[in-house]
Design a protein around this ligand. Structure first.
Ligand SMILES: [Zn+2]
Length: 314
């Protein structure tokens, strides 16, 4: 960001592109605050001036946020800005979230402003799919693409911003796919610990083959009713992937330590883990792609998984 603002002339339109959860909004807001700051230094907001205090309290008169109204950003939303932009002499920033949701009319209206932007007016556009924007808008934007962060960076962020312990931060960092927004959502998700423990129990039960078929069927039934089913299956997958990585690396230490003795009884544990991971992934795929009977699909997945785990040597 320092780079963006250290230039003499900041472009009137900046596009921040990146997948959902990549931090576009946090960056966009930090940039807006820095543009509006009265005492900016090295491209960063001072956090102490009148403008910064107004911004932090969500009450800045020269900061405008446009978000989709329903699924679209409508022309009236862009038009309503025109009346706000006459005051000269102060910087004004408009942040457009999900800019690709602008209707063609809204895009044309924005384009008109961008063709002759009033002095001191800046637009920050956020988009997951920038290719859906008008080429004529794109060509007027200074463009930046947000890259996923490394696991260590996410872990640091979680420790600093969410006060998490190092272990939990490390685990959530692995689940976040490098997307800080996704990591923060997981950290704020009050049900996460419960889901984590439930997934761990199921992983253990399946590996040890303790569950009767009757219990597996009722397990499938309750899984099918979970609203967080996909996140739950993601967790299962991560547990098994962890086991696989550690088996292949000949490292004795497993994420769930009590799974270890049981795994040793399987002929080729790594092959079984691979198959189970494939099975969960294909279940996730089918759940996403088709209108399947969730319960039947989950019954099949659990029974096949347990059968693989309980195949004994010899
Ligand atoms: Zn300031």
């Amino acid at each position: 960001m320092t780079g963006m603002l250290s230039k003499e002339s900041l472009s009137h339109a900046i596009l921040l592109a990146g997948p959902s959860g990549s931090g576009k909004k946090s960056w966009g807001k930090a940039l807006a605050q820095a543009v509006l700051c009265l005492n900016r230094s090295y491209g960063e907001a001072c956090m102490g001036c009148v403008s910064c205090r107004q911004f932090s309290s969500g009450n800045h008169p020269e900061y405008f946020l446009i978000e989709p109204d329903g699924r679209k950003i409508k022309i009236e939303q862009v038009r309503s800005l025109h009346t706000s932009f006459h005051l000269r002499g102060v910087n004004k920033v408009c942040l457009i979230s999900h800019a690709e949701a602008m209707t063609a009319e809204a895009s044309s209206s924005l384009l008109k402003i961008l063709e002759e932007p009033p002095e001191g007016l800046y637009f920050i556009l956020l988009a997951e799919q920038p290719r859906l924007l008008f080429d004529t808008i794109l060509s007027r934007c200074q463009r930046y693409k947000l890259q996923p962060l490394s696991r260590d960076q996410i872990q640091d962020l979680l420790v600093k911003k969410k006060n998490l312990g190092a272990d939990k931060a490390a685990f959530l960092a692995r689940l976040s796919s490098g997307l800080p927004g996704h990591a923060f959502n997981l950290a704020d998700d009050e049900d996460f610990n419960k889901r984590f423990e439930e997934a761990k129990t199921l992983v253990f039960n399946l590996v040890s083959g303790h569950d009767s078929t009757y219990h597996l069927l009722s397990q499938a039934n309750s899984l099918a009713e979970r609203e967080d089913l996909l996140s739950f299956l993601d967790l299962l997958c991560i547990f098994y992937r962890d086991c696989l990585v550690k088996l292949l690396c000949r490292n004795e230490e497993l994420l769930i330590s009590h799974v270890r003795p049981t795994i040793r009884e399987i002929v080729d544990p790594a092959a079984v883990m691979e198959e189970v991971i494939r099975l969960i992934n294909s279940t996730i795929y089918e759940l996403n792609a088709t209108n399947v009977n969730r319960r039947l699909l989950l019954e099949k997945m659990l029974i096949l998984m347990q059968r693989r785990f309980t195949q004994c040597p010899g």
